[in-house]
Every structure is written in C-alpha cells, then in structure tokens.
Design a protein around this ligand. Structure first.
Ligand SMILES: *[C@@H]1O[C@H](CO)[C@@H](O)[C@H](O)[C@H]1NC(C)=O
Ligand SMILES: *[C@@H]1O[C@H](CO)[C@@H](O)[C@H](O)[C@H]1NC(C)=O
Ligand SMILES: *[C@@H]1O[C@H](CO)[C@@H](O)[C@H](O)[C@H]1NC(C)=O
Ligand SMILES: *[C@@H]1O[C@H](CO)[C@@H](O)[C@H](O)[C@H]1NC(C)=O
Length: 418
C-alpha cells in the first residue's frame, strides 16, 4: 500500500516534470506595448490602469488611446487633425477583448473626440461590432458622449489644409477621375464628355498619388495612429486602436484601424498584434490576424510581424506599414516595411519602472516563416517526401508526446526494478 502510494507520487512527480509549461520569463507579464515615438505617456497611462485593482486590459488600452485623443499625441492623432478632402476630421477606433473575442469599433465617426470610448460603448452596449458615420455620432450622443456643434474644419489644428486646397487639392487619393473644379467634384475619367453636362474639366487631374507621397517618415501624414496592446499577469489580452485616418482622404473613407484582424487582433491563447501604416492596403491582408496565427504555431513575435509585412510587400512593394506583436508569455517584437527605415515603439513589462522606447531597423526577410517547398500533408499515396527540415532542431522531437511517454515509461521501469 505504502509502496503503491509512493509509486503514484513518483508518477505525479514525473508527470509534473514532463508537462510543466515552459515559461519564458515570469517577469515579462504584465506588458503594455504601443506604436510610434509618442507612446511614452500612453504606455505609462495604460500601465497604471492595468495595475489598478479591478481594472481590465481593456480599460488599460482604452486609457492609453484616450491619452492620445486628449493630447493629440504631438503629431496629430484625433479630433480636429488630419482632415478629409472637405476639411473635416473623422475618426476610426477599435477595442478587442482577447478573452471573449468581443469587439467594438467605430468608422468615420464625426464630431466626437473620444472615438475609443465610443468603440468601447459599441462593445458594451450593443451586440454589434462596427458602427459608422453619422449614425455612429447619434449612437455616441445617446451614450452620453459630447458631440461638437459643427464640423471640425481644421483651421487651428491643421493649417496645411488650406495650403493643400490652394494647390488644387493635390496630391490626393482619387484615381481614374476628372475633377470638374479645381478640387472636384470628381467624375469617372472614362465617362463621355457630356457626362453630367460638364464639358471642361480642370486640366489638372489626380496623377499625384497621395498614398505614395505622404506615407513616408517626416511627411505631413507622420503619424496618426496609436495602437495599444495590454496583457495582464493572468494572460488576459486586449488591443485598442484610434486614429483620424488619413490626411485629405476621400470623405467616407474608413481605414484598417477599426477592422478586427487588420488594425488589431488579440487572443488570450496566443497574444496580440496591431498595425499602423497604409491602412487601405494593409486591411487587404489582415496582418494582425496573420501575425497572431503564426505565433499560435510557435513563431516568435518579431518573425510573425515580419512575415505579415512580407506578405503585403509581395503584392505592394512600395507600401509602408509597421506592426507591434506580443505573445502571452510577454515576449514582444515589432516589424516595419523597408520604406520606413526605422520604427520606434514603446514597451513596459513587469521588470521595468518606466515605458522604454525601442527603435528597430526595417528589414524584412524574403523567406516565408514556413517554407512551402515541401508538402506537409495531403501527400498523395506512393509519393516519397524528402524532408528539407532537418535543421529545425531537436526541440520538435524532445517536446513530442511520444518521446515524453517513452521517458516516463523508462524512468517508471527503473524505479520498479530498483
Ligand atoms: C463652429 O461653431 C463655433 C461655435 O458656434 C464657431 O465659433 C466656429 O467658427 C464654428 N466652426 C465652423 C467650422 O463652422
Ligand atoms: C480658415 O482659414 C482660411 C484662411 O486662413 C479661410 O479662408 C477659411 O475660411 C477659414 N475657415 C474657417 C472654417 O474658418
Ligand atoms: C520615464 O522615461 C522618460 C523618457 O525616457 C523620462 O522623461 C521620464 O522622466 C521617466 N519617468 C520616470 C518616472 O522615471
Ligand atoms: C540599425 O542600424 C543602425 C545603422 O546601420 C545600427 O547602428 C543599429 O545598431 C541598428 N539597430 C538595430 C536594432 O539593429
């Protein structure tokens, strides 16, 4: 009896030995990570919220984003900055909960400053994911948010707007159109000349593609999105994103920020990712979802972000964008397209007393994370697969259940024979 109990104890000890999860660095959680050079205060603000008893990672990311909405984050995040063609700034924002997969988002929100707060209200007070435009303003009003009396035509905040108008609204984001006046309205270029009974179009068309001219560091669009990811000590994860989109965008344009999987994505089982840059292109690839899914399969945060950007560069070699990525062990990294050259972000982990700025060089490996040359499964019968993956280390073998059972049986046997 005594012997049998001892044996059971031994089995438990062995089980514990074999199946203890490998924790990278217990000090890394909790963690807050944010985009761009203005992330110091948002990171510390989110961090403080995360440390407050009863507050969730969701509260933390909301607070971090709100800091930028209230202070314009030095470069012009938020209400009154980066107006569209008509001079009005409209906001996009998203919050996502990695535990429940609940999402709240707003797109093209007009006349309300606290976009991230409205996104949170969408999550909290509706079963919807995304509410847009004028109706989002009505929703915000009913939820008690302050609504400005008129459109935020950008005179105080953004004097480049009037310079741009004087320059016949060049460059802009239209294509294949002809403007009727200097600044539109715009008509499809392939319409017959009596289209809308307008015969003389403004000579200046829209060949200056704004997305190429402005989407570089130091340019006027530099930079208008803040992404905040927070993961608590219990691995609960959340992401928040808020932005005024793109300077001189076509009115009604919604970017990647409020699109789950594009602007941000979190899953408690894995971690989170968020993206900033040319959102019109980035949202076509769901880069945040891409990075989280790669981490799910064991890829490091930095490598996962790089692969998400590599995929986009394959189709749009000139596109610019960057990502912050963190797993639920508190390991983090970032990635950026070569056009940015460098990308700054802020991070604060359990072993830091202040948010810390990290600058990375923008290099993206050409190779995908998982080589696709060798079929992995669905190999037709009779095909010989020659593995090219001999270099993938012993970890794969050592961590396999078969190997661990073998060790257990051998150790158990040794004990019994003793
Ligand atoms: C908005 O309203 C305020 C107060 O009524 C006024 O001072 C301001 O000029 C208005 N702005 C625009 C763009 O109409
Ligand atoms: C903003 O300023 C420009 C010139 O500085 C002026 O032409 C325009 O009417 C002003 N707009 C508003 C809404 O006050
Ligand atoms: C945190 O870091 C920033 C920038 O490095 C610095 O200005 C600030 O004083 C630091 N705060 C504390 C509390 O040490
Ligand atoms: C980035 O590049 C610069 C210049 O080539 C180099 O000095 C710096 O150490 C690099 N930084 C990183 C993080 O690799």
């Amino acid at each position: 009896m005594f012997n049998a109990m001892l044996q059971m104890d031994l089995v438990y000890v062995l089980l514990a030995f074999v199946w203890t999860p490998r924790v990278a660095n217990a000090d890394s959680l909790p963690i807050v990570i944010t985009t761009w050079y203005f992330g110091l205060n948002p990171t510390n603000t989110a961090w403080d919220e995360l440390q407050t008893p009863g507050k969730l990672p969701l509260d933390a990311v909301q607070k971090g984003c709100e800091w930028c909405e209230d202070n314009f984050c030095s470069s012009g995040v938020g209400y009154g900055y980066k107006p569209d063609e008509s001079g009005e700034s409209t906001l996009d924002a998203l919050v996502m909960d990695g535990k429940t997969h609940d999402v709240g988002a707003v797109g093209g929100l007009r006349r309300v400053q606290n976009a991230i707060g409205v996104a949170r209200a969408v999550m909290k007070h509706t079963s919807h994911t995304l509410i847009v435009g004028d109706a989002a303003t009505e929703f915000a009003k009913s939820m008690g948010f302050e609504v400005m009396p008129n459109a935020s035509l950008s005179n105080t905040s953004d004097n480049t707007y009037w310079t741009w108008r004087q320059n016949d609204c060049q460059p802009n984001f239209r294509k294949n159109v002809k403007p009727a006046g200097k600044c539109g309205p715009y008509y499809p270029a392939d319409q017959p000349s009596d289209f809308n009974r307008r015969t003389s179009f403004n000579k200046r068309d829209t060949r200056e593609d704004a997305s190429k001219i402005w989407d570089v560091p130091g340019s006027p669009s530099d930079h208008d999105t803040i992404c905040v990811i927070a993961i608590g000590a219990n691995k609960d994860a959340a992401v928040g994103v808020t932005t005024n989109g793109l300077r001189f965008k076509v009115p009604g344009r919604v970017g990647d920020s409020p699109i789950p999987g594009a602007g941000g994505y979190v899953d408690n089982e894995v971690g989170g990712a968020a993206a900033t840059g040319n959102g019109d292109i980035m949202m076509r690839f769901l880069p945040s979802y891409h990075a989280v899914e790669l981490m799910r399969h064991g890829v490091s945060p930095e490598r996962a972000g790089q692969d998400a950007i590599r995929r986009i560069l394959k189709h749009y070699p000139d596109f610019n964008g960057a990502m912050i990525v963190v797993n639920n062990k508190g390991e983090y990294g970032a990635a950026c397209s070569p056009g940015y050259k460098t990308f700054p972000y802020f991070v604060r982990t359990g072993d830091m007393t202040n948010a810390t700025r990290v600058d990375i060089n923008c290099t993206i490996p050409d190779e995908p994370v998982f080589p696709t040359t060798t079929p992995v499964s669905n190999t037709p019968a009779g095909t010989t697969v020659t593995s090219s993956a001999t270099s993938t280390s012993y970890r794969h073998v050592l961590c396999s259940k078969t190997f661990q059972w073998a060790i257990l049986v051998i150790l158990g046997g040794v004990y019994c024979f003793k």
